[in-house]
Design a protein around this ligand. Structure first.
Ligand code: NOJ
Length: 549
Protein backbone atom coordinates (compact mmCIF):
# COMPACT_ATOMS: atom_id res chain seq x y z
CA UNK A 1 0.00 0.00 0.00
CA UNK A 2 1.35 3.44 -0.93
CA UNK A 3 1.11 5.95 1.83
CA UNK A 4 0.85 9.70 1.57
CA UNK A 5 2.19 11.46 4.61
CA UNK A 6 2.83 14.99 5.73
CA UNK A 7 6.47 15.91 5.50
CA UNK A 8 7.59 15.83 9.08
CA UNK A 9 9.42 19.13 9.36
CA UNK A 10 7.93 21.37 6.73
CA UNK A 11 5.89 24.43 7.48
CA UNK A 12 3.13 25.64 5.18
CA UNK A 13 4.67 27.66 2.37
CA UNK A 14 2.10 30.30 2.93
CA UNK A 15 -0.26 31.18 5.72
CA UNK A 16 -2.99 33.76 5.30
CA UNK A 17 -1.79 37.14 6.50
CA UNK A 18 -5.11 38.57 7.58
CA UNK A 19 -7.06 35.38 7.99
CA UNK A 20 -10.42 36.91 8.71
CA UNK A 21 -10.18 40.14 6.79
CA UNK A 22 -11.96 40.89 3.58
CA UNK A 23 -9.61 40.23 0.67
CA UNK A 24 -9.43 42.43 -2.43
CA UNK A 25 -11.46 40.79 -5.21
CA UNK A 26 -8.46 39.73 -7.23
CA UNK A 27 -6.77 37.81 -4.39
CA UNK A 28 -9.17 34.94 -4.91
CA UNK A 29 -10.30 35.54 -8.49
CA UNK A 30 -10.22 33.17 -11.44
CA UNK A 31 -9.26 34.96 -14.65
CA UNK A 32 -10.40 33.54 -18.01
CA UNK A 33 -8.39 34.58 -21.05
CA UNK A 34 -10.25 35.25 -24.30
CA UNK A 35 -8.48 35.44 -27.64
CA UNK A 36 -11.21 37.48 -29.33
CA UNK A 37 -10.49 36.41 -32.91
CA UNK A 38 -11.37 32.86 -31.92
CA UNK A 39 -14.14 33.09 -29.33
CA UNK A 40 -17.38 33.88 -31.18
CA UNK A 41 -18.07 35.42 -34.57
CA UNK A 42 -21.43 37.20 -34.85
CA UNK A 43 -21.08 39.10 -38.13
CA UNK A 44 -20.18 36.21 -40.38
CA UNK A 45 -16.65 37.20 -41.34
CA UNK A 46 -14.93 34.19 -39.79
CA UNK A 47 -13.26 36.26 -37.05
CA UNK A 48 -14.58 36.56 -33.51
CA UNK A 49 -15.86 39.90 -32.23
CA UNK A 50 -16.95 41.83 -29.15
CA UNK A 51 -20.64 41.06 -29.68
CA UNK A 52 -19.65 37.42 -29.70
CA UNK A 53 -17.97 37.82 -26.33
CA UNK A 54 -21.05 39.59 -25.00
CA UNK A 55 -23.29 36.80 -26.28
CA UNK A 56 -21.21 34.15 -24.54
CA UNK A 57 -20.90 35.88 -21.16
CA UNK A 58 -23.70 33.77 -19.60
CA UNK A 59 -21.64 30.69 -20.43
CA UNK A 60 -18.71 32.19 -18.53
CA UNK A 61 -20.93 33.16 -15.63
CA UNK A 62 -22.15 29.57 -15.43
CA UNK A 63 -18.55 28.35 -15.56
CA UNK A 64 -17.97 30.44 -12.45
CA UNK A 65 -15.01 32.63 -13.39
CA UNK A 66 -14.59 36.11 -11.90
CA UNK A 67 -12.87 38.09 -14.64
CA UNK A 68 -12.08 37.92 -18.32
CA UNK A 69 -8.86 39.15 -19.87
CA UNK A 70 -9.39 39.98 -23.53
CA UNK A 71 -6.29 40.14 -25.74
CA UNK A 72 -6.09 43.25 -27.99
CA UNK A 73 -9.17 44.38 -29.93
CA UNK A 74 -7.82 47.84 -30.73
CA UNK A 75 -7.46 49.29 -34.21
CA UNK A 76 -4.63 47.36 -35.85
CA UNK A 77 -3.29 46.25 -39.23
CA UNK A 78 -3.08 42.80 -37.57
CA UNK A 79 0.54 42.08 -38.45
CA UNK A 80 0.70 40.41 -35.01
CA UNK A 81 -3.08 39.95 -34.68
CA UNK A 82 -3.73 43.01 -32.57
CA UNK A 83 -0.41 43.32 -30.72
CA UNK A 84 0.44 45.97 -33.32
CA UNK A 85 -1.87 48.79 -32.26
CA UNK A 86 -2.57 51.72 -34.59
CA UNK A 87 -5.05 53.44 -32.24
CA UNK A 88 -5.01 52.62 -28.53
CA UNK A 89 -8.40 54.24 -27.95
CA UNK A 90 -10.46 52.75 -30.73
CA UNK A 91 -11.85 49.34 -31.64
CA UNK A 92 -10.74 47.59 -34.79
CA UNK A 93 -13.75 47.24 -37.11
CA UNK A 94 -13.09 43.52 -37.33
CA UNK A 95 -14.04 43.28 -33.65
CA UNK A 96 -16.93 45.79 -33.79
CA UNK A 97 -17.43 49.30 -32.50
CA UNK A 98 -16.90 51.24 -29.29
CA UNK A 99 -20.65 50.86 -28.66
CA UNK A 100 -20.14 47.07 -28.84
CA UNK A 101 -17.34 47.34 -26.30
CA UNK A 102 -19.47 49.45 -23.96
CA UNK A 103 -22.37 47.02 -24.26
CA UNK A 104 -20.10 44.03 -23.62
CA UNK A 105 -18.58 45.70 -20.57
CA UNK A 106 -22.01 46.62 -19.19
CA UNK A 107 -23.31 43.06 -19.63
CA UNK A 108 -20.19 41.61 -18.03
CA UNK A 109 -20.63 43.84 -15.01
CA UNK A 110 -24.34 42.99 -14.75
CA UNK A 111 -23.34 39.33 -14.64
CA UNK A 112 -20.68 39.96 -12.03
CA UNK A 113 -17.76 39.44 -14.39
CA UNK A 114 -14.85 41.90 -14.36
CA UNK A 115 -13.07 42.86 -17.56
CA UNK A 116 -9.29 43.16 -17.87
CA UNK A 117 -8.00 44.52 -21.18
CA UNK A 118 -4.60 44.28 -22.80
CA UNK A 119 -2.26 47.28 -22.84
CA UNK A 120 0.67 47.14 -25.27
CA UNK A 121 3.18 49.74 -24.07
CA UNK A 122 6.42 48.43 -25.55
CA UNK A 123 5.53 49.06 -29.18
CA UNK A 124 2.82 50.35 -31.47
CA UNK A 125 2.05 49.50 -35.08
CA UNK A 126 4.12 51.12 -37.78
CA UNK A 127 0.73 52.36 -39.03
CA UNK A 128 0.06 54.31 -35.83
CA UNK A 129 -0.23 58.03 -36.73
CA UNK A 130 2.50 58.68 -34.15
CA UNK A 131 4.96 56.49 -36.04
CA UNK A 132 3.89 57.81 -39.43
CA UNK A 133 4.73 61.29 -38.14
CA UNK A 134 7.86 60.11 -36.40
CA UNK A 135 9.33 58.53 -39.50
CA UNK A 136 8.44 61.48 -41.77
CA UNK A 137 11.51 63.60 -40.89
CA UNK A 138 14.35 63.77 -38.39
CA UNK A 139 12.94 66.97 -36.90
CA UNK A 140 9.32 65.92 -36.65
CA UNK A 141 7.97 66.70 -33.13
CA UNK A 142 7.18 63.00 -32.68
CA UNK A 143 10.60 61.81 -33.90
CA UNK A 144 11.69 61.07 -30.34
CA UNK A 145 8.50 59.13 -29.50
CA UNK A 146 10.24 56.13 -31.06
CA UNK A 147 13.85 54.96 -30.93
CA UNK A 148 15.91 56.14 -33.89
CA UNK A 149 19.66 55.69 -34.26
CA UNK A 150 22.29 56.05 -36.97
CA UNK A 151 23.81 52.86 -38.31
CA UNK A 152 27.42 51.99 -37.63
CA UNK A 153 30.11 53.52 -39.85
CA UNK A 154 29.93 50.52 -42.17
CA UNK A 155 26.17 50.98 -42.51
CA UNK A 156 25.33 48.05 -40.24
CA UNK A 157 22.55 48.36 -37.61
CA UNK A 158 23.36 50.43 -34.50
CA UNK A 159 23.99 47.28 -32.44
CA UNK A 160 23.70 43.51 -32.64
CA UNK A 161 20.42 43.11 -30.78
CA UNK A 162 18.06 40.52 -32.16
CA UNK A 163 14.29 40.86 -32.35
CA UNK A 164 12.25 38.26 -30.48
CA UNK A 165 10.55 37.28 -33.71
CA UNK A 166 13.37 37.21 -36.24
CA UNK A 167 16.48 38.99 -37.43
CA UNK A 168 17.96 42.27 -36.33
CA UNK A 169 15.97 44.42 -33.90
CA UNK A 170 16.70 47.42 -36.15
CA UNK A 171 15.18 48.37 -39.49
CA UNK A 172 16.63 51.05 -41.72
CA UNK A 173 14.03 53.59 -42.80
CA UNK A 174 15.07 55.10 -46.15
CA UNK A 175 13.10 58.34 -45.68
CA UNK A 176 15.50 59.61 -43.04
CA UNK A 177 18.31 57.08 -43.40
CA UNK A 178 18.16 56.05 -39.74
CA UNK A 179 17.32 52.79 -38.04
CA UNK A 180 14.33 52.32 -35.70
CA UNK A 181 14.25 49.74 -32.94
CA UNK A 182 11.68 46.95 -32.82
CA UNK A 183 12.03 44.07 -30.40
CA UNK A 184 9.25 42.17 -32.19
CA UNK A 185 8.19 42.53 -35.86
CA UNK A 186 9.46 45.29 -38.15
CA UNK A 187 5.84 46.47 -38.09
CA UNK A 188 6.01 46.92 -34.29
CA UNK A 189 8.35 49.89 -33.62
CA UNK A 190 9.31 50.31 -29.96
CA UNK A 191 8.02 53.38 -28.16
CA UNK A 192 10.47 55.66 -26.39
CA UNK A 193 9.24 55.89 -22.80
CA UNK A 194 12.07 58.27 -21.92
CA UNK A 195 10.24 60.91 -23.93
CA UNK A 196 7.89 62.59 -21.43
CA UNK A 197 5.26 63.48 -24.05
CA UNK A 198 5.04 59.87 -25.22
CA UNK A 199 4.84 58.67 -21.62
CA UNK A 200 2.06 61.15 -20.94
CA UNK A 201 0.12 60.15 -24.06
CA UNK A 202 0.32 56.47 -23.10
CA UNK A 203 -0.79 57.14 -19.53
CA UNK A 204 -3.81 58.93 -20.98
CA UNK A 205 -4.68 55.67 -22.70
CA UNK A 206 -4.91 53.98 -19.30
CA UNK A 207 -7.24 56.74 -18.09
CA UNK A 208 -9.37 56.40 -21.23
CA UNK A 209 -10.17 52.75 -20.51
CA UNK A 210 -10.36 53.18 -16.75
CA UNK A 211 -12.94 55.91 -17.21
CA UNK A 212 -14.99 53.42 -19.20
CA UNK A 213 -14.90 51.16 -16.16
CA UNK A 214 -12.46 48.40 -17.07
CA UNK A 215 -11.17 46.36 -14.16
CA UNK A 216 -7.53 46.28 -15.08
CA UNK A 217 -4.84 45.78 -17.66
CA UNK A 218 -2.65 42.92 -18.76
CA UNK A 219 0.63 44.66 -19.60
CA UNK A 220 2.16 43.19 -22.73
CA UNK A 221 5.94 42.65 -22.96
CA UNK A 222 6.26 44.86 -19.92
CA UNK A 223 9.75 43.78 -18.87
CA UNK A 224 11.36 45.15 -22.05
CA UNK A 225 9.86 48.63 -22.08
CA UNK A 226 13.07 50.39 -20.98
CA UNK A 227 16.33 49.79 -22.79
CA UNK A 228 19.92 50.50 -21.81
CA UNK A 229 20.18 54.13 -23.01
CA UNK A 230 23.57 53.63 -24.65
CA UNK A 231 22.31 50.64 -26.68
CA UNK A 232 25.48 48.57 -26.16
CA UNK A 233 26.40 45.66 -28.39
CA UNK A 234 25.98 42.34 -26.66
CA UNK A 235 29.42 40.74 -26.51
CA UNK A 236 29.04 37.27 -28.04
CA UNK A 237 31.12 35.61 -25.32
CA UNK A 238 29.23 37.28 -22.46
CA UNK A 239 27.85 34.57 -20.17
CA UNK A 240 24.56 36.42 -20.24
CA UNK A 241 24.17 35.12 -23.79
CA UNK A 242 23.88 31.64 -22.41
CA UNK A 243 20.59 30.17 -21.44
CA UNK A 244 17.89 31.84 -23.37
CA UNK A 245 16.42 34.79 -25.06
CA UNK A 246 15.62 36.96 -22.08
CA UNK A 247 19.12 36.69 -20.73
CA UNK A 248 20.54 37.37 -24.14
CA UNK A 249 18.49 40.55 -24.16
CA UNK A 250 19.57 41.58 -20.69
CA UNK A 251 20.06 45.17 -21.77
CA UNK A 252 16.40 45.51 -22.57
CA UNK A 253 14.95 43.33 -19.83
CA UNK A 254 14.06 44.63 -16.37
CA UNK A 255 16.13 47.76 -16.87
CA UNK A 256 16.12 49.77 -13.59
CA UNK A 257 14.12 52.76 -14.75
CA UNK A 258 11.21 50.51 -15.70
CA UNK A 259 10.18 50.48 -12.06
CA UNK A 260 9.26 54.15 -11.54
CA UNK A 261 6.95 53.80 -14.54
CA UNK A 262 5.32 50.69 -13.12
CA UNK A 263 4.77 52.58 -9.88
CA UNK A 264 3.07 55.34 -11.85
CA UNK A 265 0.84 52.80 -13.59
CA UNK A 266 -0.05 51.43 -10.17
CA UNK A 267 -0.90 54.88 -8.84
CA UNK A 268 -3.12 55.46 -11.85
CA UNK A 269 -5.16 52.28 -11.38
CA UNK A 270 -5.25 52.78 -7.62
CA UNK A 271 -6.89 56.16 -8.15
CA UNK A 272 -10.03 54.46 -9.49
CA UNK A 273 -12.57 53.15 -7.00
CA UNK A 274 -13.34 49.78 -8.61
CA UNK A 275 -9.96 48.30 -7.62
CA UNK A 276 -8.58 47.77 -11.14
CA UNK A 277 -5.54 45.53 -11.30
CA UNK A 278 -2.31 45.27 -13.24
CA UNK A 279 -1.41 41.84 -14.55
CA UNK A 280 2.03 41.63 -16.13
CA UNK A 281 3.43 39.60 -18.97
CA UNK A 282 6.57 39.13 -16.94
CA UNK A 283 8.98 36.66 -18.39
CA UNK A 284 11.85 36.42 -15.95
CA UNK A 285 15.17 34.74 -15.31
CA UNK A 286 14.00 33.20 -12.03
CA UNK A 287 11.27 33.51 -9.41
CA UNK A 288 13.32 35.93 -7.37
CA UNK A 289 13.51 38.33 -10.28
CA UNK A 290 9.76 38.01 -10.80
CA UNK A 291 9.32 39.77 -7.46
CA UNK A 292 10.92 42.90 -8.91
CA UNK A 293 7.84 43.49 -11.03
CA UNK A 294 5.51 43.42 -8.06
CA UNK A 295 7.59 46.07 -6.30
CA UNK A 296 9.33 43.70 -3.85
CA UNK A 297 8.53 44.62 -0.21
CA UNK A 298 6.48 47.70 -1.07
CA UNK A 299 4.21 45.75 -3.44
CA UNK A 300 3.55 49.01 -5.25
CA UNK A 301 4.01 47.91 -8.86
CA UNK A 302 2.18 45.12 -10.75
CA UNK A 303 -0.48 43.34 -8.67
CA UNK A 304 0.00 40.06 -10.47
CA UNK A 305 3.31 39.59 -12.27
CA UNK A 306 2.47 36.49 -14.26
CA UNK A 307 4.47 33.39 -13.54
CA UNK A 308 5.22 32.37 -17.12
CA UNK A 309 7.94 29.91 -16.15
CA UNK A 310 5.71 27.05 -15.03
CA UNK A 311 4.10 26.43 -18.45
CA UNK A 312 7.56 25.39 -19.63
CA UNK A 313 8.16 22.84 -16.88
CA UNK A 314 7.71 19.13 -17.57
CA UNK A 315 4.44 17.58 -16.49
CA UNK A 316 6.04 15.61 -13.69
CA UNK A 317 5.08 15.39 -10.02
CA UNK A 318 8.56 16.02 -8.69
CA UNK A 319 9.37 18.85 -11.11
CA UNK A 320 6.12 20.69 -10.42
CA UNK A 321 6.37 20.26 -6.67
CA UNK A 322 9.84 21.76 -6.75
CA UNK A 323 8.83 24.55 -9.14
CA UNK A 324 5.88 25.69 -7.05
CA UNK A 325 7.84 25.32 -3.82
CA UNK A 326 10.53 27.58 -5.29
CA UNK A 327 7.93 30.05 -6.51
CA UNK A 328 6.02 30.25 -3.22
CA UNK A 329 9.29 30.52 -1.30
CA UNK A 330 10.49 33.41 -3.46
CA UNK A 331 7.26 35.41 -3.10
CA UNK A 332 7.49 38.77 -1.39
CA UNK A 333 5.57 38.98 1.86
CA UNK A 334 1.94 39.74 1.07
CA UNK A 335 2.30 39.06 -2.66
CA UNK A 336 -0.32 36.94 -4.38
CA UNK A 337 0.94 34.26 -6.76
CA UNK A 338 -0.15 34.00 -10.36
CA UNK A 339 -0.95 30.57 -11.77
CA UNK A 340 -0.56 30.07 -15.51
CA UNK A 341 -0.29 26.84 -17.46
CA UNK A 342 -1.35 28.02 -20.90
CA UNK A 343 -2.09 31.06 -23.03
CA UNK A 344 -2.25 32.22 -26.66
CA UNK A 345 1.52 31.89 -27.05
CA UNK A 346 1.61 28.19 -26.09
CA UNK A 347 0.20 24.87 -27.19
CA UNK A 348 -2.96 23.64 -25.46
CA UNK A 349 -2.80 21.82 -22.11
CA UNK A 350 -4.30 18.63 -23.57
CA UNK A 351 -1.67 18.59 -26.32
CA UNK A 352 1.35 19.62 -24.29
CA UNK A 353 0.64 17.40 -21.28
CA UNK A 354 -1.41 14.69 -23.00
CA UNK A 355 -5.16 14.05 -23.14
CA UNK A 356 -5.01 11.79 -20.08
CA UNK A 357 -3.52 14.67 -18.05
CA UNK A 358 -5.61 17.66 -19.07
CA UNK A 359 -8.16 17.37 -16.26
CA UNK A 360 -5.33 17.06 -13.79
CA UNK A 361 -3.79 20.23 -15.21
CA UNK A 362 -7.08 22.01 -14.50
CA UNK A 363 -7.12 20.46 -11.01
CA UNK A 364 -3.63 21.82 -10.35
CA UNK A 365 -4.43 25.25 -11.75
CA UNK A 366 -7.62 25.61 -9.72
CA UNK A 367 -6.46 24.21 -6.39
CA UNK A 368 -2.95 25.57 -5.92
CA UNK A 369 -2.54 28.79 -3.95
CA UNK A 370 -2.83 31.80 -6.24
CA UNK A 371 -4.84 33.44 -8.97
CA UNK A 372 -5.35 31.08 -11.90
CA UNK A 373 -5.62 32.26 -15.49
CA UNK A 374 -7.57 29.76 -17.58
CA UNK A 375 -7.13 29.90 -21.35
CA UNK A 376 -10.38 29.66 -23.35
CA UNK A 377 -11.19 26.11 -24.39
CA UNK A 378 -8.89 24.45 -21.86
CA UNK A 379 -12.04 23.87 -19.78
CA UNK A 380 -13.13 21.52 -22.60
CA UNK A 381 -9.75 19.88 -23.05
CA UNK A 382 -9.41 21.38 -26.53
CA UNK A 383 -6.40 20.07 -28.45
CA UNK A 384 -3.96 21.98 -30.65
CA UNK A 385 -5.35 22.49 -34.13
CA UNK A 386 -3.75 21.02 -37.21
CA UNK A 387 -2.54 23.97 -39.28
CA UNK A 388 -1.28 23.23 -42.76
CA UNK A 389 1.60 25.38 -43.98
CA UNK A 390 -0.73 27.24 -46.39
CA UNK A 391 -3.15 27.97 -43.52
CA UNK A 392 -0.52 29.47 -41.29
CA UNK A 393 -1.30 32.95 -39.95
CA UNK A 394 1.21 33.54 -37.14
CA UNK A 395 4.08 35.85 -38.12
CA UNK A 396 6.39 34.40 -35.45
CA UNK A 397 9.24 32.78 -37.34
CA UNK A 398 12.15 33.45 -35.03
CA UNK A 399 14.28 31.38 -32.72
CA UNK A 400 12.70 27.97 -32.09
CA UNK A 401 9.54 29.00 -33.99
CA UNK A 402 7.39 26.93 -31.63
CA UNK A 403 8.63 23.73 -33.27
CA UNK A 404 8.02 25.11 -36.75
CA UNK A 405 4.28 25.40 -36.20
CA UNK A 406 4.00 28.95 -34.89
CA UNK A 407 1.35 29.78 -32.31
CA UNK A 408 -1.73 29.08 -34.45
CA UNK A 409 -2.42 25.55 -33.14
CA UNK A 410 -3.36 26.94 -29.71
CA UNK A 411 -5.53 29.72 -31.18
CA UNK A 412 -8.16 27.76 -33.11
CA UNK A 413 -11.88 28.64 -32.76
CA UNK A 414 -13.75 27.84 -29.59
CA UNK A 415 -15.78 24.66 -30.01
CA UNK A 416 -19.34 25.54 -29.05
CA UNK A 417 -21.33 22.83 -30.83
CA UNK A 418 -21.20 20.14 -33.51
CA UNK A 419 -22.20 22.32 -36.48
CA UNK A 420 -19.86 22.88 -39.43
CA UNK A 421 -17.74 25.58 -37.83
CA UNK A 422 -18.29 24.44 -34.25
CA UNK A 423 -20.85 27.18 -33.60
CA UNK A 424 -18.04 29.72 -33.75
CA UNK A 425 -19.03 31.13 -37.15
CA UNK A 426 -21.31 30.51 -40.11
CA UNK A 427 -18.41 30.79 -42.54
CA UNK A 428 -14.95 29.30 -42.74
CA UNK A 429 -13.03 30.75 -39.79
CA UNK A 430 -9.70 32.55 -39.99
CA UNK A 431 -8.05 29.42 -38.54
CA UNK A 432 -9.50 25.96 -39.06
CA UNK A 433 -11.55 24.39 -36.29
CA UNK A 434 -9.59 21.65 -34.56
CA UNK A 435 -10.89 18.48 -36.17
CA UNK A 436 -9.58 15.45 -34.36
CA UNK A 437 -11.43 16.19 -31.14
CA UNK A 438 -15.15 16.47 -31.71
CA UNK A 439 -16.06 17.47 -28.20
CA UNK A 440 -17.73 20.84 -27.73
CA UNK A 441 -19.62 22.91 -25.17
CA UNK A 442 -23.12 21.72 -26.17
CA UNK A 443 -22.12 18.08 -25.96
CA UNK A 444 -20.13 18.45 -22.76
CA UNK A 445 -22.93 20.35 -21.04
CA UNK A 446 -25.15 17.28 -21.55
CA UNK A 447 -22.53 14.84 -20.30
CA UNK A 448 -22.36 14.81 -16.48
CA UNK A 449 -18.86 13.38 -16.57
CA UNK A 450 -17.37 15.81 -19.10
CA UNK A 451 -14.26 17.91 -18.65
CA UNK A 452 -16.47 21.02 -18.74
CA UNK A 453 -18.63 19.74 -15.89
CA UNK A 454 -15.50 18.70 -14.02
CA UNK A 455 -14.12 22.25 -14.31
CA UNK A 456 -17.46 23.78 -13.30
CA UNK A 457 -17.66 21.60 -10.21
CA UNK A 458 -14.04 22.32 -9.36
CA UNK A 459 -14.63 26.06 -9.60
CA UNK A 460 -17.77 25.76 -7.51
CA UNK A 461 -15.86 23.90 -4.79
CA UNK A 462 -12.98 26.36 -4.94
CA UNK A 463 -15.36 29.30 -4.52
CA UNK A 464 -17.19 27.72 -1.61
CA UNK A 465 -14.14 26.43 0.26
CA UNK A 466 -12.04 29.16 1.91
CA UNK A 467 -9.27 26.58 2.29
CA UNK A 468 -9.05 26.37 -1.49
CA UNK A 469 -9.26 30.03 -2.36
CA UNK A 470 -7.43 31.60 0.56
CA UNK A 471 -5.93 28.87 2.70
CA UNK A 472 -2.34 27.94 3.46
CA UNK A 473 -0.56 25.46 1.24
CA UNK A 474 1.73 22.62 2.17
CA UNK A 475 3.20 20.04 -0.17
CA UNK A 476 3.24 16.52 1.25
CA UNK A 477 5.78 13.77 1.08
CA UNK A 478 4.63 10.66 -0.69
CA UNK A 479 6.25 7.30 -1.00
CA UNK A 480 5.04 7.08 -4.59
CA UNK A 481 7.04 9.49 -6.79
CA UNK A 482 4.34 9.80 -9.44
CA UNK A 483 1.89 11.34 -6.97
CA UNK A 484 1.72 15.05 -6.25
CA UNK A 485 -0.08 15.79 -2.99
CA UNK A 486 -0.73 19.05 -1.19
CA UNK A 487 -2.92 20.34 1.53
CA UNK A 488 -4.80 23.63 1.72
CA UNK A 489 -6.04 24.76 5.13
CA UNK A 490 -8.11 27.60 6.47
CA UNK A 491 -9.32 27.89 10.07
CA UNK A 492 -9.00 24.18 10.65
CA UNK A 493 -10.75 23.17 7.43
CA UNK A 494 -8.42 21.07 5.33
CA UNK A 495 -8.57 20.10 1.69
CA UNK A 496 -6.23 17.50 0.28
CA UNK A 497 -5.40 17.32 -3.42
CA UNK A 498 -3.71 14.29 -4.92
CA UNK A 499 -2.72 14.05 -8.57
CA UNK A 500 -1.62 10.76 -10.06
CA UNK A 501 0.77 11.30 -12.97
CA UNK A 502 1.17 7.57 -13.68
CA UNK A 503 -0.77 4.88 -15.52
CA UNK A 504 -0.87 2.76 -12.38
CA UNK A 505 -3.22 2.78 -9.43
CA UNK A 506 -2.55 2.59 -5.70
CA UNK A 507 -4.22 2.79 -2.32
CA UNK A 508 -3.53 5.82 -0.24
CA UNK A 509 -3.26 5.36 3.48
CA UNK A 510 -4.18 8.64 5.11
CA UNK A 511 -4.42 7.33 8.67
CA UNK A 512 -1.59 9.56 9.88
CA UNK A 513 -3.36 12.64 8.55
CA UNK A 514 -6.98 12.17 9.45
CA UNK A 515 -9.51 9.88 10.97
CA UNK A 516 -12.12 10.78 8.39
CA UNK A 517 -11.83 11.43 4.67
CA UNK A 518 -14.64 13.18 2.88
CA UNK A 519 -14.65 12.72 -0.87
CA UNK A 520 -15.30 15.91 -2.88
CA UNK A 521 -14.28 15.39 -6.48
CA UNK A 522 -12.50 13.00 -8.82
CA UNK A 523 -11.21 13.91 -12.28
CA UNK A 524 -13.11 10.80 -13.39
CA UNK A 525 -16.34 12.47 -12.28
CA UNK A 526 -17.49 9.42 -10.37
CA UNK A 527 -17.12 8.34 -6.76
CA UNK A 528 -14.02 6.24 -6.21
CA UNK A 529 -13.68 3.44 -3.70
CA UNK A 530 -13.00 4.80 -0.25
CA UNK A 531 -13.89 3.74 3.22
CA UNK A 532 -14.53 7.23 4.72
CA UNK A 533 -12.11 6.32 7.47
CA UNK A 534 -8.63 6.80 6.22
CA UNK A 535 -7.84 5.21 2.91
CA UNK A 536 -8.71 5.86 -0.70
CA UNK A 537 -7.92 4.17 -3.98
CA UNK A 538 -6.48 6.36 -6.75
CA UNK A 539 -6.71 5.19 -10.36
CA UNK A 540 -4.34 5.79 -13.31
CA UNK A 541 -4.06 9.50 -14.16
CA UNK A 542 -6.76 10.37 -11.64
CA UNK A 543 -6.80 13.44 -9.46
CA UNK A 544 -8.76 13.72 -6.25
CA UNK A 545 -10.00 16.59 -4.16
CA UNK A 546 -10.79 15.53 -0.59
CA UNK A 547 -11.75 17.12 2.67
CA UNK A 548 -10.00 15.87 5.77
CA UNK A 549 -12.07 15.56 8.93
C1 NOJ B 1 3.42 38.98 -26.03
C2 NOJ B 1 2.11 38.52 -26.55
O1 NOJ B 1 1.57 37.56 -25.67
C3 NOJ B 1 2.37 37.95 -27.93
O2 NOJ B 1 1.25 37.30 -28.44
C4 NOJ B 1 2.83 39.08 -28.82
O3 NOJ B 1 3.16 38.55 -30.08
C5 NOJ B 1 4.05 39.78 -28.23
N1 NOJ B 1 3.91 40.06 -26.83
C6 NOJ B 1 4.30 41.11 -28.92
O4 NOJ B 1 3.34 42.04 -28.54
Amino acid sequence: MTSVQLASNTQPLYSPISPNGQLPWWHHAIIYQIYPRSFQDTNGDGVGDLRGIQQRLPYLQALGIDAIWITPFYRSPMADFGYDVSDYCDIDPIFGTMADFDAMLATAHELGIRVVVDFVPNHSSDQHPWFIESRSSRDNPKRDWYIWRDGKDDGQPPNNWEAFFHGSAWTLDPTTDQYYLHLFLDEQPDLNWRNPELAQAMKQVLHFWLQKGVDGFRLDAITTMMKAPDFPDMPPDDPRFQGGLLLRLVDVHNYPDLHPILREFRQIVDSYPNQPILVGETGCADFNELMDFGGREALDEIHLPMNLKTPWFAWDAHVLKQAFTDYYTALSKGAVPSLVLGNHDQGRLASRYGVEHHRNANMLLLTLWGVPTMYYGDELGMLDGLILPEQRQDPFVGHDDYHGLGRDPGRTPMQWDATAYAGFSTVEPWLPVQTTFLSNVAEQEQDPSSTLNFCKRLIELRRSSPALHRGSIQFLETTEPSLLAYQREFEGIRNLIIINFADTSCTLDLSNMTDRVEFWLSSRMDVPTFDTVSSIFIRPYESLLLKLG
